[in-house]
Design a protein around this ligand. Structure first.
Ligand code: BTN
Length: 315
């Protein structure tokens, strides 16, 4: 949203305001005010004109302006009803030099998952990618994946869904022994060893989606299925972005917060690493995101791999 439109919207949010007052405050013509109000109406904001001036009656359910409106984080939002992949779009924006941009979509037609898998992204989800340029060495970048898992877990819990994190970055809902996948995260980046140029954190949340419309292999669930009613995607997305913004600025707190929500710690795991599988008890996580596993032959620290929770060994 452009800067002036933002200011028009902020003024409307503070109560009825007349066209001439707005024009004076923003130092623009009355017809420019009118054009901005019309543009907001086109985006789904209900703006009424009465004797007191313009009154904001309602905010659209989802979209760029809806998410930017009242967002307490310095991101601009680019929204698409449908796009092949928000990560691919964010990479293009990175190549153009952009930063602190969120690409958000209602539906993806070519969503990408980890390990070159497809990611099914029907209408009703929160499919987004955050592009930013942290001033850290490449080796620290995994902490942002952890940060996004923590951020989305907090937003899900605020929405009433008891989510937890499976190392490194699956957010799931447990029912007894069963684990159902709620969120997937795909981080991409570019830079030199001593400095990251850009990071794209792609977060796919099964929000208002019927799990029956998602592939079975992942044993999927969704926020709406867990809650029994749709989630307010605008507020959910805002909370997710606000939490992520605070965590990315203070990466020291990320590992501690991750431990709090982790379901992997204390479990028997099998991690497929490039050097072969490692089995044992997951006992801790280390900055910037490595898993510490007690195996029969000693302690292993694993920085990447596909992790499976094994059933506890019963005597
Ligand atoms: C996984 O395999 O678990 C990661 C899935 C990541 C999906 C998200 S949806 C938004 C963003 N755009 C993509 O194409 N992928 C990520």
């Amino acid at each position: 949203m452009n800067e002036t439109r933002h200011r028009v919207l902020d003024a409307l949010a503070d109560g009825p305001v007349s066209g001439p007052t707005l024009a004076d405050e923003l130092d623009i013509s009355r017809s420019a005010v009118w054009k901005h109000v019309e543009a907001l109406r086109d985006e789904g904001f209900e703006v009424r004109s009465d004797d007191a001036g313009y009154v904001l009656d309602s905010v659209p359910e989802f979209g760029a302006s809806a998410v930017e409106y009242g967002l307490d984080a310095p991101f601009s939002v680019e929204y698409h009803d449908s796009i092949p992949s928000t990560n691919a779009r964010a990479r293009d924006l990175a190549a153009e030099g952009a930063s602190d941009v969120v690409v958000l979509a209602d539906e993806q037609t070519g969503g990408r998952g980890r390990l070159d898998r497809d990611w099914h992204s029907p209408s009703g989800g929160v499919w987004l990618s955050v592009l930013f340029r942290p001033d850290v060495p490449m080796a620290h970048a995994p902490v942002f994946t952890l940060a996004s898992a923590v951020a989305v877990t907090r937003a899900a819990r605020e929405a009433g869904v008891e989510a937890s994190i499976k190392w490194p970055n699956d957010v799931l809902v447990r029912r007894g022994e069963e684990e159902r996948k709620l969120v997937g995260i795909l981080t991409e980046m570019e830079g030199e060893a001593d400095r990251v140029s850009w990071v794209v954190v792609g977060i796919g949340v099964n929000a208002n989606v019927d799990p029956a419309d998602l592939p079975d292999e992942a044993n999927p669930t969704s926020l709406s299925a867990e809650r029994g009613e749709p989630v307010d995607r605008r507020l959910f997305t805002q909370r997710l972005l606000e939490e992520f913004d605070s965590l990315r600025q203070d990466t020291e707190q990320v590992v501690e917060a991750w431990r709090e929500y982790a379901t992997t710690l204390g479990q028997q795991v099998r991690v497929e690493t490039p050097g072969g599988p490692i089995e044992g008890e997951a006992v801790d996580i280390q900055f910037p995101g490595a898993l510490v596993i007690e195996t029969e032959s000693g302690t292993e620290v694993v920085s990447a791999g596909d992790c499976e929770h094994l059933r506890p060994v019963t005597e």
